[in-house]
Design a protein around this ligand. Structure first.
Ligand code: P6P
Length: 337
């Protein structure tokens, strides 16, 4: 039986895509893969350990932190600290960025922004959760990296990826030359190439949005939802609503089947809920590399100015034709946000 290429083999093979690469990015991606395997082990037995439930603390978002949230955060930060290739970590779970001040990291040139366990409110009910990561090269060339090195537009990412802890555990990432998916083979403890050159269908019939907020949505969003709930199915195929409350799970499904995920501004989230640096930008980079689109309803996500670590944004992301249609409806109502 042909053994699929492992993540490590693939990363090294693709290193040649970067003429000046000396292996640092490859090492960084492998470090993330190792941490993901450790997190996966705990996620898969969450019900058997005293690692479920509330940790009794809250993060900067004011969201109650779950024990697995904190465990995952510690694992990824630890892997990045010991790998020596990362100088700053930005995490959803930490108010401030973490400067890695160690001998091994003194020449580190990469910044990693991470949502260590996205959708963690789903852990206790066994719905898929995920990790999202985004990698930048520091802008400054010497001295201590600072916040200015972190606040870069999404177009400046050098890599981005997600891990989905679901019916199987997958790591999906891009370095700007397409998107590749790796499935964890527990029997050998390796992520193996299972989805080479992933592309998202140009069109789809799945729309993912929390319709519980319908009355608080902008008119353009209401118009698009009504468009999806087509009445005359003789003219258009009816759409299906699928929403898990876990962005990684919803986006991964839409990546495979086609679809659109929308988290717009609402009355309670006037700037949107999802975070630009470690949720919207990395997912936008991946989806665009797979042939899809990502916008805030008016502008390309990857072009948005980044001014704060935990800045929020509305997001319309997925199949290109669906995002274009939704944007048309958003722009038919002014003023733009
Ligand atoms: P709501 C999880 O907390 C998350 O950040 C995303 O993974 C998910 O898509 C969204 O929030 C769900 O938010 O308001 O619909 O529960």
């Amino acid at each position: 039986m042909l053994i699929a290429k492992t993540l490590g083999q693939f990363i090294i093979e693709k290193q040649a895509d970067f003429p000046y690469a000396k292996g640092e990015l490859s090492r960084l991606l492998r470090d993330i893969g190792i941490a993901a395997k450790i997190v996966n082990r705990e996620v898969n037995k969450a019900g058997l350990m005293d690692i479920l439930g509330e940790a009794g603390s809250t993060n900067i978002q004011g969201e109650s932190q779950k024990k697995l949230d904190i465990f995952a955060n510690e694992q990824f930060i630890s892997a990045l600290q010991s790998g020596g290739e990362c100088c700053i970590v930005v995490s959803e779970e930490n108010d401030e960025y973490i400067y890695i001040d160690s001998e091994i990291s003194k020449n580190a040139k990469y910044i990693v922004a991470i949502d260590p366990l996205d959708g963690s409110s789903n852990i206790d009910v066994n719905v898929s959760v995920g990790t999202i990561f985004s990698i930048y090269r520091r802008k400054s060339t010497n001295g201590k990296a600072t916040l200015d090195d972190v606040l870069q537009k999404g177009v400046d990412q050098v890599a981005a990826g997600y891990v989905i802890y679901g019916s199987s555990t997958m790591l999906v990432y891009t370095t700007g030359k397409g998107v590749n998916g790796f499935t964890l083979d527990p029997s050998i403890g390796e992520f193996c190439l299972s989805h080479p050159n992933m592309t998202i269908p140009e069109d789809g019939f799945i729309y993912s949005i929390n319709e519980g907020y319908y009355t608080h949505f902008p008119d353009g969003v209401k118009k698009y939802i009504k468009y999806c709930q087509v009445e005359d199915t003789t003219t258009r195929r009816p759409y299906t609503s699928r929403y898990t409350g876990s962005m990684v799970a919803d986006l991964h499904r839409n990546m495979i089947k086609g679809g659109i995920f929308i988290y717009p501004i609402t009355a309670s989230a006037p700037n949107g809920k999802l975070r630009l640096v470690y949720e919207c930008n990395p997912m936008a980079f991946i989806i665009e590399q797979a042939g899809g689109l990502a916008s805030n309803g008016y502008e390309r996500i990857l072009e948005l100015d980044v001014t704060e670590l935990h800045q929020r944004s509305a997001i319309f992301i997925g199949s290109a034709n669906m995002v274009k249609r939704a944007e048309e409806m958003m722009k038919s109502f002014s003023p733009q946000i």
